[in-house]
Design a protein around this ligand. Structure first.
Ligand code: FAD
Ligand code: SF4
Length: 526
């Protein structure tokens, strides 16, 4: 590639990160030739985790489209490709060079959503020698410290309380100051398993040709996992795609979103889920517009799209998503070191290949490797559940989740993984550990029928591993889970399983513990 010219002089240099593709940001309102927007493909970002190839292609593909969109709209843009000889592969080294080359007086950036980038840019801002302007992304409905402020002086966070505040603030599904339908939460009507032969609408897949980008990433030697059909890249890359995906969801999937929210199928990887997390997390869509579109769809056809469906969906976005962000900023950086249960085991190697005889795990993992996606219940109750039962070190679990999913950005990955899924935070995010035996997985999915293991057996050679591991987990962690250091109220929440355990004959308990020990000693062979 021939050497590229130095960028022309600019009064202001503004950085746009890969997850800051905010289509209506106030920055874009003024078109000034002496403002230079900088986007960069850097090894710093491809290499801080072992990413899925679709994640790398998705981020860079969307950034390229966004840079083009800005240029077309009349802005000055410097886009540093991965193979640009001027690219020093590090955000701050590149910024240093651009500021010098442009003789810029001002450096601007939007508040990053990741702690590591926040620190890096704060440091750079103090050292760069230019005036600094820091802008909000205007994406979220809450500011960074809002959750911490809301629960100041309280012993614990409560998602349900936070969610009500958000409903009141946004006015979503509210009528005269009260929740529409008289209730805040319609979960009891949701979470069913569809009949085995049920066929959901197919997921909407796009067809982008990213072969040139794929070749570039490979040529650069970026280490990735999973597979991608780069000639037919299926994820949304720009705002038009993202809006089309939102519309498809509202028309074809929302009417059963809540009903089958927790359902799993070996044949249908997306079920009734929206697959909007990538568009949301890179900020091609705003959380409010997504919720408003869902509410409008409900209001336009309340018979087909009932309140329980849309309430369940809105809760995920203005509730869980905003809540996780609030927990992240309230708890970082210490959150990343939490290991409440003292788990130390390595993640079984088959998490990276899908080569296990456990059908539910094989399907969730091979699906994730093929699609860079798994829906929430697979993440929580299949891969997450097993890692927790097996006592895997939260660092290893985090690294897997951060790499494999196209939507994985630390603020939302780590709070879900280390917090909600692995209980490594002792119950800051969740009210109790999300663990189950095989019977829950059998109730919510159709994998057990085709599994090498027997979901109804607990201790035999072919017993479903989730069964003994579930009781082993509860027994070995009893003291810790019921200690004062865990979230208050655990005694009540875990009363039922511990009562069941205590009522089992001693020989049954011993057999479960022996079986659990054996499974833990042979995790790789499962
Ligand atoms: P839907 O099921 O259709 O939900 C709609 C939207 O609600 C999602 O797009 C998402 O924006 C939001 N949402 C739903 N649940 C959550 C939640 N628990 N936290 C935050 N937002 C939520 N989500 C990510 O965006 N990035 C991650 O890296 C991530 N890692 C996870 C790891 C684990 C262990 C678990 C249990 C969950 C994780 N989630 C993560 C949350 C959730 O699983 C995904 O947001 C969801 O599966 C994305 O698919 P979807 O768009 O089809 O979601
Ligand atoms: Fe999973 Fe157990 Fe069912 Fe097999 S039997 S699919 S391991 S829950």
């Amino acid at each position: 590639m021939p050497p590229r010219p130095e960028p022309r002089e600019a009064r202001v240099v503004r950085l746009v990160l890969g997850d800051q593709l905010v289509h209506d940001h106030p920055w874009w309102r003024r078109k000034e030739t002496d403002i230079l927007y900088v986007l960069m493909e850097v090894r710093q970002e491809t290499d801080y985790a072992h990413h899925h190839i679709q994640k790398v292609l998705g981020f860079f593909g969307a950034m390229r489209r966004f840079a083009e969109h800005l240029r077309t709209a009349g802005h000055r843009v410097l886009y540093l490709r991965l193979d640009d000889p001027r690219n020093q592969q590090d955000i701050t080294l590149n910024l240093r060079w651009v500021l010098d080359a442009c003789r810029a007086a001002t450096f601007g950036y939007m508040l990053p959503d990741e702690h590591r980038l926040d620190q890096q840019l704060k440091r750079f801002a103090t050292e760069c020698g230019a005036a600094v302007e820091v802008a909000d992304t205007h994406h979220f409905l809450t500011h960074r410290n809002e959750l911490a402020d809301l629960f100041k002086g309280k012993k614990q966070y409560l998602m349900e309380r936070f969610y009500r505040v958000m409903r009141e603030r946004t006015g979503l599904l509210m009528q005269g100051g009260a929740p529409l339908g008289g209730k805040w939460n319609f979960d009891h009507a949701n979470r069913q398993r569809p009949p085995k032969a049920h066929v959901p609408p197919p997921p909407l897949l796009f067809d982008h040709d990213l072969r040139e980008l794929d070749a570039l990433v490979k040529q650069a030697g970026v280490r990735t996992l999973g597979t991608a059909d780069a000639a037919h890249f299926p994820w949304p890359l720009d705002r038009a795609d993202s809006l089309a995906l939102l519309q498809y969801f509202c028309e074809h999937l929302l009417h059963r979103f809540g009903t089958y929210q927790d359902a799993m199928s070996p044949h249908h990887w997306a079920m009734y889920h929206a697959r909007l997390s990538f568009s949301l997390n890179v900020k091609l869509l705003s959380p409010l517009e997504v919720c408003e579109a869902a509410v409008q769809a409900h209001l336009a056809d309340p018979q087909r799209i009932d309140l329980a469906q849309v309430e369940g969906f809105v809760r995920q976005i203005i509730g869980w998503r905003e809540y996780m962000r609030g927990v992240y900023w309230a708890q970082m950086p210490g959150f990343a070191q939490r290991n409440f249960l003292g788990h130390e085991r390595p993640l079984p190697v088959w998490y990276w290949t899908g080569r296990t005889r456990m059908a539910c795990l094989r399907e969730a993992i091979t699906g994730s490797l093929a699609n860079a996606y798994a829906h929430h219940i697979q993440r929580l109750m299949v891969t997450g559940n097993f890692a927790l039962l097996a006592g895997v070190h939260p660092d290893e679990v985090d690294a897997w989740y951060l790499g494999i999913y196209i939507d994985a950005i630390e603020w939302v990955e780590i709070t879900n993984t280390r917090g909600m899924s692995q209980f490594a935070d002792g119950g800051i995010v969740g009210t109790k550990p999300y663990v189950s035996s095989g019977s829950y997985l059998n109730k919510m999915g159709h994998s057990c029928a085709g599994c090498h293991y027997d979901v109804n057996d607990r201790t035999g050679p072919k017993a479903c591993p989730f069964n003994a591991l579930y009781w082993h987990f509860l027994a070995r962690n009893r003291e810790r889970l019921l200690s004062d250091e865990a979230r208050p109220g655990m005694l009540v929440r875990l009363a039922m399983p511990y009562r069941t355990w205590d009522r089992m004959p001693a020989a049954t308990r011993q057999a479960l513990l022996d079986k659990g020990d054996d499974l833990l000693a042979h995790l790789e062979a499962l």
